[in-house]
Design a protein around this ligand. Structure first.
Ligand code: SAM
Ligand code: SF4
Length: 498
């Protein structure tokens, strides 16, 4: 039997795939646990092949896992919660953290046992490794874990059906870690409506890859060169999401504000223009974007924060360090003062904007003075939230071979001091919104009966007592109290000026 895949030119011989089974376990995953295995499960009792997706890393990987699920759906695959029930297991990996490859091999050891148990029961399993570790390690994965059937890099997900067929046909392993000339987005099927049905918030990847080559980072090597999706394709996906009930979209990209997609007018559109077009889609109330680079924060995007109410006043703008020497060694392309003036411009354009950032402590060559400069920048800017990491070596990146690597104990001390300051600032920011009335977009039920949870404009979870009908609705809420990771509030009738 041969099936043609919607949206691709690939033909797949389905006779060679694991047999269709009845999956009575099928169930829908909530939007609160996007890492847990995909978004949509076919109707109970539908004939399906079980697909178990394990997603590590950033939101872009969460989005990619959903797209891989879409591309496999026409072959009869639907997500299952347990790996033991899966005819196909995909481990979607992340290379950004320390010892990423070792963690992958340890997880593969666990999955191998499941694959062997299923084989003993006469149930074959296709085991695939996707994502940035797959891209970076490639052949090495097949050498160390020969029971893996498919290794695929982030740019080849649209070819997954062909790979499944090839693996079945050859009875061996298939590897595809190309950076193909074609863009995967042009070949992936449309986001399935059930994928976002019932979800109030959704991710939408608009840009991938990076040309900036920061000294410490693997992304340019694993995700390839910067590429942007065409405007029409982004708008069409956003419209479908809005029609299925999505009210808040987060645009994703490794350098999302470097977006330069071809517009319907044949010209290149930047992120500001894209955001403006998105803000006129009926039903779409909120737009966010992440992750941005300070160098790509142009005046048009800053002005968009002033002019577009749908653009939320919360921006993740990684700075990494406050020392000019280290910023130069990192190849970041800006100084600490340039970052400070960027923040000033943003705050002038949108006075209620809150900032989040990424920091690395212990980059090779970082002295006590350099670290103090980072602490000074944090004090000057004041962050609502932040992620901070100890520098860790990524083989093949310039910083990996740099002299004056920093001792672990020194990195530990610096990270502790930095995180204490950032925690203080986060607490102060959360305290500063108590007493305000702000629009909250409700996303679902809270843990307690009669409690609903939503998001403030600054991405804080907010709990109120209220009815289920609030889900998908933005309502003014008086923010009454703060807890360590959330706020509590009361619904009010009108949104008073804050
Ligand atoms: N494109 C974003 C930017 O320019 O800041 C960052 C994307 S990167 C995937 C996410 C974060 O991981 C970085 O901002 C950085 O703080 C951290 N990171 C990346 N490589 C690292 C390394 N070798 N050691 C420690 N942290 C690292
Ligand atoms: Fe990595 Fe971001 Fe630097 Fe690109 S700009 S190399 S993604 S840290």
């Amino acid at each position: 039997m041969v099936r043609r895949l919607a949206g691709t030119s690939a033909t797949v011989t389905t006779d060679l795939l694991p047999p269709l089974t009845h999956n009575a376990d099928a169930r829908t995953y909530g939007s609160e646990s996007p890492q847990a295995g995909g978004a949509e499960i076919g109707p109970a009792h539908a004939p399906t092949r079980g697909l178990h997706m394990i997603t590590w890393g950033c939101q872009m990987n969460v989005y990619d896992s959903a797209r891989m699920t879409d591309v496999l759906r026409p072959l009869g695959y639907a997500p299952v919660e347990s790996a033991s029930d899966a005819d196909m297991i995909i481990l979607n990996t992340c290379h950004i953290r320390d010892r990423a490859a070792e963690k992958v091999f340890s997880e593969l050891g666990r999955l191998r046992l499941i694959k062997e148990e299923r084989k003993a029961d006469g149930r074959p399993t296709v085991l695939a490794v996707a994502g940035c570790v797959a891209q970076a390690e490639g052949e090495q994965i097949l050498k160390r874990a020969p029971y893996v059937d498919i290794v695929l890099g982030p740019q080849t997900y649209h070819r997954l059906p062909e790979m499944v067929a090839r693996a079945a046909r050859a009875g061996g392993s298939v590897i595809d870690t190309d950076f193909p000339a074609e863009q995967k987005f042009d070949f992936l099927p449309e986001v399935a409506a059930p994928q976002t049905q019932g979800n109030v918030t959704a991710f939408l990847t608009v840009q991938e890859g990076c040309d900036k080559f920061c000294s410490f980072c693997v992304v340019p090597y694993t995700r390839g060169a910067e590429a942007s999706r065409a405007v029409a394709s982004v708008l069409a996906e956003a419209r479908r999401m809005a029609e299925s009930g999505v009210r808040e979209i987060t645009l994703l990209g490794q350098n999302v504000n470097a977006y330069h997609g071809e517009g319907p007018d044949g010209r290149i559109w930047g992120l500001a223009r894209l955001a403006e077009a998105l803000s006129s889609i009926p039903g779409l109330a909120r737009i966010r974007y992440t992750t941005s680079h300070p160098r790509d924060m142009g005046d048009d995007l800053i002005a968009a924060h002033r002019d577009l109410p749908a653009l939320m006043p919360f921006l993740h703008l990684p700075v990494q360090s406050g020392s000019d020497t280290i910023l130069k060694a990192m190849n970041r392309g800006h100084t600490a003062d340039e970052y400070r003036s960027l923040v000033e411009k943003l705050r002038t354009a949108r006075p209620d904007i809150a900032l989040s950032s990424d920091f690395i402590v212990g980059h090779p060559g970082e002295t006590d003075e350099d670290f103090e400069a980072t602490m000074a920048l944090i004090r000057d800017v004041g962050f609502a939230q932040a992620y901070s990491f100890k520098y860790s070596i990524r083989p093949g990146t310039p910083a990996a071979g740099a002299p004056r690597q920093i001792a672990e104990a020194v990195k530990d001390d610096r990270l502790q001091a930095l995180q204490a300051l950032l925690r203080e600032q986060q607490d102060a920011f959360n305290a500063s919104v108590v007493g305000l009335t702000a629009p909250v977009l409700f996303t679902g039920r809270g843990r307690k009966p009669g409690q609903m949870v939503g998001r403030s404009p600054w991405l804080q979870p907010v709990h109120v007592d209220g009815p289920d009908t609030l889900i998908g609705v933005e309502r003014p809420v008086r923010l009454d109290a703060r807890f360590s990771n959330s706020l509590a509030g009361t619904l009010v009738k009108e949104c008073a000026p804050t």
